[in-house]
Design a binder for this molecule. Structure first.
Ligand code: BGC
Length: 334
């Protein structure tokens, strides 16, 4: 659709007006496809955009800030109408927003906020609530004792919101002296290997006297549970995660992970696809909420996350088809 903005009307005799000239083209710049959830985001977003009769070009940067910027530049040069970004680095991606705006292209921050740039819309799940749900579930099981907090990658704005949510819930129990956070560490690039090393360190520093672990997502929870298993403690200490990844849901069934936070990704992809196409066509979007990103109050939509334990697994993740019964319980399951 942008082709005409770059001058095709000046040359009408050379312009073949194809039916798809007016097709909206969305660019989707992703941080990574390393975790299972991002593969779902990729597939479902493509499906949602195409269902609206628009096109999408998707790129992923493998956690490389410089690559994410170059890939986005290429999308801009290719004539997209709107750019959707999952930033690897909340600060570094501001450069992309400036470039897109200079080319007259609006930007939506997808799942993760972009800091210090005039982004046009932010759509995510309520990340502070994610942390609260994790802490509420674990505090109910372990009202007293030694806690470990394994955070995510500090380059991702979500981790600060999640941690805030966790401590909203834990702080009164900390103040009362009921619980003690004996280890609190971020995890570079959300790496399960780093989470394993951090948890191993936490166990060693506390002579294995740990009563509960809250990990920022299922990938890091996986690393934590491996470290617990190495000490014969897997399944004995409650662990929280986030994403309802298949491996995590299987660990919940197997008893080594206590809970996860399920975020129905299809709702996110459908919302963003529909808003992106509307914005690309020139609609102004108004939202009930706004989130300040250090520069502007960004119109925002924050969807509701859902806590999942063995008790509601069937009625949430499986009922929605996020994972099938046989994927979760094995081929023998009906
Ligand atoms: C997302 C999580 C994801 C994590 C690591 C966060 O920004 O909200 O769902 O697990 O990034 O990729």
């Amino acid at each position: 659709m942008r082709t005409c903005r770059t001058g095709c009307k000046k040359n009408p005799e050379k312009t073949v007006v194809a039916a798809n000239d007016e097709t909206v083209k969305i660019g989707f710049s992703m941080d990574t496809l390393k975790e299972e959830r991002w593969l779902k985001d990729q597939a479902l977003f493509k499906e949602a955009v195409e269902a609206l009769g628009a096109e999408v070009e998707i790129v992923a940067a493998n956690g490389d800030d410089a690559l994410q910027i170059t890939q986005a530049e290429t999308l801009i040069q290719q004539g997209i109408d709107l750019l959707v970004i999952v930033p690897h680095n909340a600060e570094a991606t501001a450069a992309i927003v400036h470039k897109a705006h200079s080319a007259g292209i609006k930007v939506i921050a997808y799942d993760r906020l972009i800091k210090n740039a005039s982004i046009d819309l932010y759509v995510s799940f309520d990340n502070e609530r994610v942390g609260e749900l994790q802490a509420e579930a674990i505090l109910e099981l372990v009202p007293k004792g030694n806690y470990v907090y394994i955070g995510g990658a500090t380059t991702d704005n979500n981790v600060h919101l999640i941690k805030k949510g966790v401590f909203n819930v834990l702080q009164p129990a900390i103040d009362q002296g009921d619980i003690k956070v004996v280890y609190d560490q971020w995890t570079e690039d959300w790496s399960p290997e780093k989470a394993f090393l951090n948890m191993t360190e936490a166990l060693a520093a506390n002579n294995n006297q740990i009563d509960a672990v809250i990990a920022a997502n299922d990938a890091t929870a996986g690393g934590v549970i491996q470290a617990l298993a190495a000490q014969g403690l897997a399944g004995k200490i409650p662990v929280a995660g986030q994403d309802a990844e298949l491996a995590a849901v299987q660990r919940i069934v197997g008893g080594t992970q206590t809970m996860t936070v399920y975020k129905p990704i299809q709702i996110l992809t459908e919302q963003v696809a529909s808003l992106a196409v509307r914005m690309a066509k020139g609609d102004t979007i108004t939202t009930a909420r706004a989130v300040n990103n250090g520069k502007v109050d960004v119109p925002s939509i924050l969807l509701a996350p859902i806590p999942v334990t063995i008790d509601n697994l069937q009625d949430t993740v499986i009922k929605d088809g996020f994972h099938t019964q046989s994927d979760v319980y094995g081929q023998a399951a009906k």
